[in-house]
Write a protein that binds this ligand. Structure first.
Ligand SMILES: [Zn+2]
Length: 137
């Protein structure tokens, strides 16, 4: 019993360290984003800009605030995603309304083998519009 308790304590302590490391690396990624957006080169912030960058396949890493959701649209014909409907700006088809376009963006990002980081309690990312992307080019 005592041994198990100690194991639990150790694994809890290890988890705390892991969380701390994860938090610090999130903060570093958000700082890179903030600087890239400030330079106007290498990063975009805000949902519309991130969706645009995903459609253009320019995204390296998506940073999104935990719990961020927004309604939007997806084109059934060319897979465009955006916040404004209903006509697809790319191919002119009628788009389908989606409950959470942020989730669609994360799925697209993963399908494109981008890194996705869900950031908790990061005020800098919230100020940037709760979502941003570091770009490949
Ligand atoms: Zn389309």
């Amino acid at each position: 019993m005592a041994v198990r308790a100690r194991d639990d304590e150790i694994s809890r302590a290890a988890q705390d360290v892991e969380d701390g490391v994860e938090r610090a690396s999130e903060a570093a990624a958000v700082e890179r984003l903030r600087q890239a957006v400030g330079r106007g080169n290498g990063g975009v912030a805000g949902l519309d800009s991130v969706l645009e960058a995903l459609v253009a396949r320019r995204v390296d890493t998506v940073l999104v605030s935990e719990g961020y959701e927004a309604p939007g649209w997806r084109c059934p014909s060319c897979a465009w995603v955006g916040t404004m409907g209903r006509r697809c700006p790319l191919c002119g088809e009628d788009m389908d309304q989606v409950a959470d376009v942020v989730e669609e963006a994360v799925e697209d990002a993963l399908a494109q083998a981008c890194r996705v980081r869900i950031c908790r309690d990061n005020a800098d990312l919230d100020v940037l519009g709760r979502v941003g992307a570091l770009l490949r080019f």
